[in-house]
Design a protein around this ligand. Structure first.
Ligand code: 5RP
Length: 265
């Protein structure tokens, strides 16, 4: 099966290479799949980004399956192709995604790795001008980072509300922390921002690995690499939700368009 790719790269207002299809350009591959329905809600924007991600995949191969509502929309779209015989095997980034993909009939590899992932498709909580990411709103940041790191290409799918100039403008930085001495770890985190223990139903939320999660509220981040290093130097920090330089392509579902932002260099 031949998978069409978006073409017509140009530079958008943020100086990033993008493929934007304007009215009169003719239907882009993404628009072709979307039809002409007006997209006027966040859910539709997420769905359109998820559908456009299908165009980034090889005809067959091993695909990383992200977590969160946008990534789950992608899993649902991918499952339609698998049902039609497309030879795809998934690597899920959370138990929630494993359970969804299993229910929809997508064959999956185990959690042990290593995996030769062709493309990983995941959502994000925030995307900066430089296409750096904050992830982990769903608590799957460590697995998401491991799968992201294992993939040859990383495609991120978001709605426009996730875009910002600098990380930290819209979302706190999720941090996975070992339960052992986590209140001591919190004191060290507090030197770098306001560290809030994440609760679910009034009790501490846990990752799939059984660790607790903190959300670090920080001012807009000028140097995400430096902050990531500082956080990871604290004993007890398992992983941070800062994904710096880890997105090759960002697909932004917009009203009747999918904007394709490409990392340069
Ligand atoms: C989960 C994530 C998600 O990708 C992120 O929270 C975005 O979720 P959604 O697509 O539901 O907005 O990082 O850990």
């Amino acid at each position: 099966m031949t998978i069409p790719r978006t073409t017509g790269t140009c530079t958008d207002h943020r100086g990033l290479a993008s493929a934007r299809h304007e009215p009169g350009d003719g239907p882009s591959p993404a628009e072709f799949m979307l039809g002409t329905a007006t997209l006027d809600s966040t859910d539709n924007a997420k769905r359109s980004a998820a559908r456009a991600a299908l165009l980034e995949l090889p005809a067959e191969g091993i695909i990383g399956l992200g977590s969160g509502s946008t990534a789950h929309a992608f899993v649902e779209e991918l499952a339609l192709h698998v049902r039609q015989g497309r030879r795809i095997v998934g690597v899920p980034t959370s138990e929630a995604t494993r359970s969804l993909a299993t229910r929809l009939g997508i064959p999956l590899l185990d959690n042990d790795g290593p995996w030769a992932i062709d493309v990983n498709v995941d959502g994000a909580d925030e995307v900066s001008d430089r296409l750096d990411l904050i992830k982990g709103g769903g608590g799957a940041l460590t697995r998401e980072k491991i799968v992201n790191y294992a993939a040859k290409r990383n495609v991120v799918i978001v709605d426009p509300s996730k875009l910002s100039a600098r990380l930290g403008e819209k979302h706190a930085v999720p941090i996975e922390v070992l339960t052992f001495a986590h209140r001591a770890t919190r004191e060290h985190l507090a030197r770098l921002g306001t560290a809030k223990l994440r609760l679910r139903g009034g009790v501490p939320a846990h990752s799939d690995a059984g660790n607790v999660l903190y959300d670090l509220v920080v001012p807009p981040i000028d140097d995400p690499v430096a902050l990531d290093h500082a956080l990871r130097a604290i004993p007890g920090v398992v992983e941070t939700g800062l994904f710096v330089g880890r997105a090759d392509v960002v697909l932004v579902g917009e009203d009747r368009h999918v904007r394709r932002l490409v990392r340069e260099g």
